[in-house]
Design a protein around this ligand. Structure first.
Ligand code: DGL
Length: 270
């Protein structure tokens, strides 16, 4: 198989619909790039599953995307990035692979005034300590305060983005993190960028919210330049979506995440 070139799509993958927040940021930041998105909608959520299971699923997804001829892999799912990045890299067979945690950690360090950083994510992401490890690798003096927020994913999928139940839940989850006087809060889950307006109210103006979707798009742009793989605009741009469950729910919820209509969605069986 020859190495994929500039005209090939970027492969973005997630446990389900949430990674479309990353696709949305990529479409805005890199409008010349084609994208193949994979969402494992039949097996979502990953955020409460074991490391061994997530590694196995991640390997299958990378194999599928490689067969689709992608030139780069973007791990849009924080949970996969937290516990299966080495599996993804090993399976990528030399394709560049970037992930939301690297992007979020870099952005957290870049602007932390007092080096006090809060991180929120799924239980698997938070238990893995992956954000804290990456942040400390960049700045050993940073203080990281983490909090799992398992109810946020279902609340976002329910569309309760500005609902009293979500607000109370956020106040409860964030109380210990805010008590540590953090200056930044990393939104360490695909779903949380949709809660930005509500979280802004809860944390107040003094805390910087770090949206890993936006920072991942920046990291992808830099990587495409460095590797000489950026699209030149000579080929038409295409967006394809692949899921593992019947696409109806993905389509309905996905449009909220993507901020535009999705078009055709393909379903695959393992
Ligand atoms: N995509 C997951 C993440 O970013 C959230 C949904 C899930 O638990 O699978 O951690």
């Amino acid at each position: 198989m020859s190495a994929p070139g500039k005209h090939c799509p970027i492969g973005v993958f997630d446990s389900g619909v949430g990674g479309l927040t990353v696709v949305r940021a990529l479409m805005e930041r890199l409008p010349l790039e084609s994208i193949v998105y994979f969402g494992d909608t039949a097996r979502v959520p990953y955020g409460v599953k074991s490391v061994a299971t997530i590694e196995q699923y991640s390997a299958q997804i990378v194999d599928l995307l490689r067969r689709r001829g992608v030139k780069m892999l973007i791990v849009a799912c924080n949970t996969m990035a937290a516990v299966a990045l080495s599996t993804v890299r090993a399976r990528a067979a030399g394709l560049p692979a970037i992930d939301v945690i690297e992007a979020g950690a870099r952005a957290a360090i870049a602007g932390a005034r007092r080096g006090r950083i809060g991180v929120i994510g799924t239980p698997t992401t938070i238990n893995s300590n992956a954000y804290a490890r990456r942040i400390h690798a960049l700045d050993s003096g940073a203080r990281v305060y983490s909090q799992a927020c398992p109810l946020f994913v279902p609340l976002v999928e329910e569309g309760w983005l500005d609902h009293p139940v979500t607000r109370l839940t956020a106040q409860e989850y964030l109380r210990p993190v805010l008590a540590e006087n953090v200056d930044s809060l990393v939104l360490g889950c695909t779903h949380y960028p949709l809660l930005k307006p509500l979280l802004r109210d809860v944390v107040g103006e003094g805390v910087r919210l770090i949206d890993s979707a936006l920072t991942t798009a920046e990291l992808a742009a830099a990587n495409l330049q460095e590797t000489g793989l950026a699209a030149t605009g000579e080929e038409p741009v295409s967006y394809r979506y692949i899921v593992t469950d019947v696409p109806l729910r993905f389509q309905t919820i996905g449009e909220r995440f993507l901020g535009r209509s999705l078009g055709e969605v393909e379903r695959v069986d393992w």
